[in-house]
Design a protein. Structure first.
Length: 268
């Protein structure tokens, strides 16, 4: 039985995506090949983030940068997908500490680095560029905040405005690299306009909806500096309650425990 039953609760990202089921609320989330401690971090693991990580356009031997890494779940997923080196940059002390534990307990610790710093300062001192930049960034702008400072930092764009995120990507992305991020649907148009003005072209947009009767509430976006025909598609996460669609199951099969009995484990 999978240790992470899907539970509908009001937490973290439900404000922009009411159809998203949170995978787990316990302090440790267990995947097939690694575990994620998430007791103190402002953002907990949820279905959209895991699906986003599973779909990341990671190529073998890629150098990957994870901006706003949180617990490090995207960093770990990128490593499992074959990245040669992943650098995770996290602002909050609590998430940094948990990400460091998660990375060091993983099968790929020698390939992973966790940095406790704001990404703007990190970019100023960086001496290399990356083949892939991934981010599940703060998304609320000019919204009311809660009394939970960690959740505010994780969810509100005060510390990382879109313009700063795009500027960092512009300086740290290799010429042929990809910039991959997850945004709520209401922010996509604004972000794409700012990215386009900075020389980034949207290559791929995958809109996530919970069920077939839902509207898409979140999108996985892939940008490049190279002009190409934009591809847009819609992905339905669930076929029915707690039953993944064939599309989402294909991406999640190598990660979630519920699929482990159907295939052998593979270490990258």
């Amino acid at each position: 039985m999978e240790s992470a039953m899907l539970i509908n609760i009001t937490y973290a990202r439900v404000q922009y995506s009411p159809n998203i089921n949170f995978i787990q609320t316990m302090s440790t989330f267990r995947f097939q090949q690694f575990s994620v401690l998430q007791k103190n971090s402002g953002m907990k693991i949820c279905t959209d983030a895991v699906l986003f990580g599973a779909m990341a356009p990671v190529k073998q031997r890629d150098r990957v940068l994870d901006i706003g890494a949180g617990t490090g779940v995207l960093t770990l997923m990128a490593a499992q997908l074959g990245a040669a080196k992943v650098t995770a940059v996290e602002l909050t002390q609590e998430a940094y500490q948990e990400a460091n534990i998660n990375v060091n307990n993983s099968p790929w610790a020698e390939r992973l680095e966790v940095v406790h710093q704001d990404i703007q300062s990190f970019a100023l001192a960086a001496d290399q560029q990356y083949d892939l930049i991934i981010s599940n960034p703060p998304f609320f702008e000019n919204h009311l905040k809660t009394v939970d400072t960690l959740r505010n930092t994780a969810r509100h764009a005060d510390q990382l405005p879109f313009a700063d995120l795009i500027g960092v990507a512009g300086s740290l992305l290799a010429p042929q690299g990809l910039f991959y991020l997850l945004l709520p649907a209401h922010a996509v148009t604004k972000f794409c306009a700012q990215a386009s003005a900075s020389g980034f072209y949207l290559l791929n947009q995958i809109d996530f909806r919970g069920y077939a009767h839902n509207e898409a509430k979140v999108s996985a976006l892939t940008f490049s500096r190279i002009v190409a025909v934009r591809q847009i598609r819609l992905l339905t996460i669930y076929e029915s309650h707690n039953v993944y669609s064939s599309d989402s199951a294909a991406y999640l099969a190598d990660f979630l425990l519920r699929f482990a009995r159907d295939q052998p484990k593979r270490l990258s």
